[in-house]
Design a binder for this molecule. Structure first.
Ligand SMILES: Cc1ncc(COP(=O)(O)O)c(C=O)c1O
Length: 356
């Protein structure tokens, strides 16, 4: 215990010179899922990163943005340019966070699912409420990669234009997935470690489940796990964005994040596995399992997840409980990464199975 206290203190000190700007409300709540635990005779907890703030539409990006926008402000930038799908939670949270700290958000969004009949819905509606500058790249061929390339090239032109006018721009990759953004989840793991100390009946978790997309959250948790020498099994759940080389990239990003803290460590891509049996037909397409998991959490615990990300992670957790892949005496954490605003997106994204 003393040793792990010291480790946490040392980890905290590594952040002393890292720029950060306050955007959210931390620590986010950590609580037991009483009804679902009883239902499955299991020990299930939840970390409420849906409640990170600064608006009611919180989520995992607020943690990353505290570091990303901290750096942008330190460098005296005027504009923040980022990317995503039209229903991107990351883009929406960036638009909201930028307003709070006096930066102007420019969003390059790929219409993976064509946006709703001329009227913005869900996250795109919120982007509009926040007066973000929005550029939508159509994706008629269904090749999101190709559309994203076009969006990047348009963004580069826009950046040159702004720079010629005397403004400076800070570019954030899709999902905020770079080493600076991942620091948010190193910090999050430290926050969780501290919370567990204050729960006398909770010695720690055997498993942590979360939805993985751009891989930045995963990289941050891996880096934090290494820093604090924790031994839970991490189960990142693919929501339809995992491609060959994904694990290696996440491990390299975790090493890079540790590098920003002055630490050198080798993170093995084989030290974790990605759960891809609950992805369903693809990104932004719900499956029977994800819709049913969304409903179960809503009806049993009054907690809402989003159909695109967190419902798929929760579906994996429930699936593993049902199949016996997780033994009943294990302590399991579901890291809720947000995204409930996806419930107000296009019908194709939400699906029909959650409406009775
Ligand atoms: C609600 C939600 N959960 C999980 C993720 C995945 O996080 P990451 O992109 O860091 O892998 C995202 C990413 O956009 C998200 O919006």
């Amino acid at each position: 215990m003393v040793e792990s206290n010291e480790r946490l203190e040392k980890a905290r000190a590594l952040f002393d010179n890292i720029p950060r700007i306050s955007l959210g409300f931390f620590p986010t709540p950590l609580h037991r899922l009483n009804n679902i635990s009883e239902r499955y005779q299991a020990e299930l907890w939840i970390k409420r990163d849906d409640l990170t703030g600064p608006s009611i539409f919180g989520g995992n990006k607020t943690r990353k943005l505290e570091y990303l926008l901290g750096k942008a402000k330190q460098e005296g930038k005027d504009y923040v340019i980022t990317y995503g799908a039209t229903q991107s939670n990351h883009a929406m949270q960036t638009a909201i966070a930028c307003r709070k700290v006096g930066l102007k958000a420019i969003l390059y969004l790929v219409a993976v699912v064509p946006s709703g009949e001329g009227r913005p819905l869900g996250n795109l509606l919120l982007d509009r409420v926040m007066d973000a500058e929005i550029h939508i790249e159509p994706c008629p061929s269904g090749d999101a990669g190709e559309a994203m390339e076009k969006a990047r090239s348009a963004a580069s032109g826009r950046m040159q234009e702004l720079e010629a006018e005397g403004f400076s721009c800070y570019e954030i990759p899709t999902g905020g997935a770079n080493a600076t953004g991942s620091l948010g989840y190193v910090q999050a793991l430290m926050e969780l470690n501290e919370q567990i100390r204050h729960q006398p009946d909770l010695p720690g978790f055997d498993y942590i489940y979360h939805a993985t997309g751009s891989g930045g959250t995963l990289a941050g948790i891996l880096a934090g796990k290494e820093l604090l020498r924790e031994d839970f099994e991490l189960i990142p759940v693919d929501v339809g964005l995992v491609k060959p080389g994904y694990k290696e990239k996440a491990a390299a990003l975790a090493e890079e994040a540790l590098g920003l803290l002055g630490m050198e460590a080798a993170i093995e891509a084989d030290s974790f596995r990605i759960e891809d049996r609950f992805t369903g037909p693809g990104y932004e397409i719900p499956s029977k399992e994800s819709s049913s998991a969304l409903k179960e959490l809503a009806l049993e615990e009054s907690i809402l997840v989003g159909p695109v990300y967190s419902a798929k992670a929760f579906a994996a957790l429930l699936g593993h409980l049902q199949s016996g892949e997780i033994e009943r005496n294990k302590r399991v954490l579901f890291w809720h990464t947000g995204g409930a605003s996806e419930l107000f997106a296009e019908a194709q994204i939400v699906g029909d199975d959650i409406i009775s």
